[in-house]
Design a protein around this ligand. Structure first.
Ligand SMILES: NC(=O)c1ccc[n+]([C@@H]2O[C@H](COP(=O)([O-])OP(=O)(O)OC[C@H]3O[C@@H](n4cnc5c(N)ncnc54)[C@H](O)[C@@H]3O)[C@@H](O)[C@H]2O)c1
Ligand SMILES: O[C@H]1[C@H](O)[C@@H](O)[C@H](O)[C@@H](O)[C@H]1O
Length: 337
């Protein structure tokens, strides 16, 4: 009998379907044993990439049927808590797509539940930490080879967003990634958040005022600006320039196929996060599967990191209305040391 980890994927939309395909085709040591998806069409489409998986409408049913050893949550953020609660109660390891939950109060409730277990069981899907370029930049910061880090200039550009994307999603759905990865890169938490508005892009959905410039000060004095820009039309770009005392570093530059034709030189680049971060998602899921099989359960951002990000997002949402908003966090429980 195979001892592959039996993963139940909850939500088979864009990310859930992508993760199902990667577990089935690219990840070693795991199979998709259950797909929990209320939309019958999506469930059927996902089943094609998950041979042998059982279909359920609710996570509670998959748990009751003893169909899963671990849970991957890929439903929209407002539905994370109702899946996290029964999965934690069953003592199952969890990979939860970002955000942990949509606000700090609900994230705190999850921390309280998780602390009833012997060790952390939740990893949060901040996949940028698994991107090779982000890892190289973090190693450069830690090495001190270029002197101290002073500034991070971040660009986060999406080609377009659907009409359902709201003003607060600029923070909660998009800058949420920088609120995780910037402290991880710079080795220091976010102290304050401020938002500035440049001239509006007339191609944005009518209800959005964007792009925005998010300014963060970190506890260690590093200043960070994030250009959050979701109607750029030309492609998907996540890039960072790090300014050190005696050097510069850049990640996220176009690196695809180069062509030179008819007097024009061009480089193919991404139009979606699904390709830009494909290798990072693979690495994230493989390392999670390895950690669960080894019994360490988490190898990446944990629920405490998810809670810290929720606090920063709340400051970010307040900052959309003006002001320099402090991010205040309680002491980290020893459980997450
Ligand atoms: N890491 C990343 O770069 C990244 C990118 C996109 C989305 N995400 C995250 O992934 C998650 C899913 O986003 P998406 O874009 O795939 O959404 P989506 O809307 O494409 O898919 C969500 C799916 O969940 C299903 N669903 C809704 N409620 C459910 C429930 N209670 N139980 C089971 N299924 C339910 C829906 O029917 C739908 O098929 C979100 O948390 C989002 O923030 C992360
Ligand atoms: O949900 C997506 C996803 O998290 C992407 O990584 C991010 O670039 C987008 O801005 C966001 O809308």
């Amino acid at each position: 009998m195979s001892n592959d980890l039996r993963v139940g994927v909850v939500g088979a939309g864009l990310m859930g379907a992508d993760h199902i395909a990667r577990i089935t085709h690219r990840i070693a040591g795991a199979v998709v044993s259950a797909v929990v998806e209320p939309d019958a069409g999506r469930a059927a489409a996902a089943a094609a990439n998950a041979p042998g998986a059982q279909a359920f409408a609710r996570i509670e049913d998959a748990i009751a049927a003893d169909a899963v050893d671990a849970v991957l949550i890929a439903v929209p953020g407002q539905f994370h808590e109702p899946v996290l609660v029964p999965a934690l109660a069953a003592g199952l390891p969890i990979l939860c797509e970002k955000p942990l939950t949509p606000d700090s109060a609900s994230s705190w409730r999850i921390l309280e539940l998780e602390q009833k277990l012997a060790r952390p069981h939740i990893q949060v899907g901040f996949m940028r930490r698994f991107d090779a370029e982000y890892q190289a930049l973090r190693a450069l910061v830690a090495s001190g080879d270029s002197g101290e880090l002073m500034l991070l200039r971040c660009a986060h550009r999406n080609p377009s967003v659907p009409d359902s994307y709201t003003q607060t999603m600029l923070i909660n759905d998009s800058v949420v990634h920088e609120f995780d990865v910037v402290p991880w890169l710079a080795g220091s938490p976010v102290k304050t958040v401020e938002v500035k508005y440049p001239r509006r892009n007339s191609l944005s959905p009518a209800h959005l005022r964007e792009p925005i410039l998010v300014l963060m000060e970190l506890e260690n004095g590093v200043l960070v600006d994030v250009e959050m820009n979701v109607s750029v039309q030309f492609g998907y770009q996540v890039a960072t320039e790090a300014v050190f005392e005696k050097g510069l570093a850049r990640i996220g530059q176009p690196s695809g196929l180069q062509t030179w034709r008819d007097g024009r030189f061009s480089v193919a680049d991404h139009v979606s996060f699904t390709t830009r971060f494909a290798a990072a998602y693979d690495e994230q899921i493989q390392r999670w599967v390895n950690a669960v099989r080894a019994g360490t359960l988490v190898d990446g951002p944990n629920a405490w990191d998810g809670y810290r990000v929720a606090l920063a997002c709340e400051a970010g949402v307040k900052a959309l209305d003006g002001g320099v908003i402090p991010v205040e966090a309680p002491e980290r429980p020893a459980f997450y040391a």
